[in-house]
Ligand binder design. Structure first.
Ligand SMILES: NC(=O)c1ccc[n+]([C@@H]2O[C@H](COP(=O)([O-])OP(=O)(O)OC[C@H]3O[C@@H](n4cnc5c(N)ncnc54)[C@H](O)[C@@H]3O)[C@@H](O)[C@H]2O)c1
Length: 381
């Protein structure tokens, strides 16, 4: 399938490079951005056509467009993609408003077009192996759990970090999609949330690029602490923060009535799973580096306690899986429905922190299927 990209910023690079290295069923043939220079850079680097946004939308050969713009415009750009008769696959979150996400899913359904949305990291070996263990009742009924994401702020490395601190940014909308998409895949749909929040620093300083040293006003909460109840009864404590200089907490731990499981970073594709199946016993390590989407392909210089030295990054597998779903006329795994339920969780967390009360979710999602090694192999070069 011929595919285009709208939004040629920071994350676009890995979509271009991974599509050329790993996936056999789609080819990125053109790109566009409101900043001509941004699209030109990638067009030259990856030898694809540079088009204007209008041209890419009206191009007859392109069947699917990947929307890699900033969260605040995901809705309008994805809507224009669907209205032009093309399938849409967006970076996370689906939109910054639940109602807009719902409109996109309905528009896709009414036009017979697929709506896809990142993250696709839950299709990686770390989360899928954990899903296999949980689905086969190795940990028993999951009753409790804890998730944690804490960083000092993306302005340390991102040259244009403004959107992280404005309406539509913040740690929940930015990083929540990885954790909640993984959790919904492991536990099923969520039911309600309760959240309290803080804004620890009122200003941030751009740490790299042309704008290094410039100050950004913080307009939103930068730490959100929540309790989330799932439909299966599991109660999860959730911590998301851009205010943490360093920590040693695990990403996701789930506690069942037959044991505990420690799940690797849901923002990555591989990593080690730890399982303990006796009270106060030892962890058993299950590595995923021999799985298709667990093989280490990037060296990581992070010194964080919960990040390994090598990581697996197969961003774009969600596009490949969506293309396969379009060809086979089935629902894609990174579906609009899934990302809408995740957006409901994110939106409700923010709403709960503003209103200081428990919020019942508006949406649900049916069982999500394990992504087998055979299915993955069929999509890889
Ligand atoms: N940077 C990362 O590591 C990372 C990782 C995972 C996901 N994401 C997600 O990817 C998306 C993009 O992030 P980024 O870091 O690449 O941002 P970025 O600011 O570097 O790039 C966004 C690009 O979109 C363009 N753009 C904005 N509005 C547009 C419009 N209406 N039409 C066409 N182009 C438009 C901008 O000119 C810019 O080039 C975000 O949703 C983010 O959450 C980023």
């Amino acid at each position: 399938m011929k595919v285009g990209i709208i939004g040629c910023g920071n994350i676009a690079d890995i979509y271009f490079s991974n599509s050329q290295k790993y996936f056999n069923n789609f080819q990125i043939v053109a790109c566009a951005d409101i900043k001509n220079e941004a699209a030109k850079n990638y067009a030259e680097k990856y030898d694809v056509e540079q088009l204007s946004v209008d041209q890419i939308l009206s191009n007859k050969e392109i069947e699917l467009i990947i929307n890699l713009t900033i969260p605040d415009v995901h809705f309008e750009v994805s809507k224009s993609i669907l209205e032009s008769g093309k399938h849409s696959y967006s970076e996370k979150p689906l939109s910054i408003k639940f109602e807009h996400g719902e409109e996109l899913v309905n528009l896709g359904n009414s036009k017979g077009l697929h709506v896809g949305c990142a993250p696709d990291t839950f299709l990686g070996a770390g989360i899928q192996q954990a899903k296999k263990l949980i689905d086969s009742n190795e940990i028993g009924q999951i009753n409790l759990g804890s998730i944690s994401m804490g960083v000092a702020g993306h302005e340390i490395w991102h040259p244009n970090p403004d959107f992280f601190y404005k309406h539509g940014g913040g740690p929940i909308l930015d990083m929540g999609p990885y954790y909640f998409t993984a959790l919904v895949n492991l536990l099923g749909p969520a039911k309600n949330v309760f959240t309290q929040s803080r804004t620890v620093y009122q200003k941030r300083v751009v740490g790299s690029g042309d704008r290094q040293g410039q100050e950004i006003e913080v307009e939103i909460p930068t730490t959100l602490v929540s309790q989330i109840e799932f439909q299966n009864g599991a109660l999860i404590d959730s911590f998301f923060s851009f205010d943490i200089w360093k920590h040693s907490k695990n990403h996701i731990e789930l506690y069942g009535d037959k044991g505990s499981i420690n799940i690797p970073d849901p923002n990555m594709f591989g990593g080690d799973i730890l399982v303990c199946k006796s009270k106060n016993g030892d962890w058993k390590n299950i590595d995923t580096k021999n799985n298709n989407l667990g093989k280490i392909n990037i060296k990581n210089n992070s010194e964080k306690a919960n990040e390994p030295a090598g990581i697996a990054n197969y961003r774009g597998i969600g596009v490949s899986e969506t293309v396969d779903a379009i060809k086979k006329n089935r629902l894609n795994r990174c579906s609009g429905e899934l990302s809408l339920h995740v957006l409901d969780i994110l939106d409700s967390i923010i709403k709960s922190s503003k209103e200081n009360k428990k919020i019942e979710l508006r949406s649900t999602i049916k069982n999500l299927n394990y992504f087998s090694e055979d299915e993955i192999s069929n999509l890889l070069k």
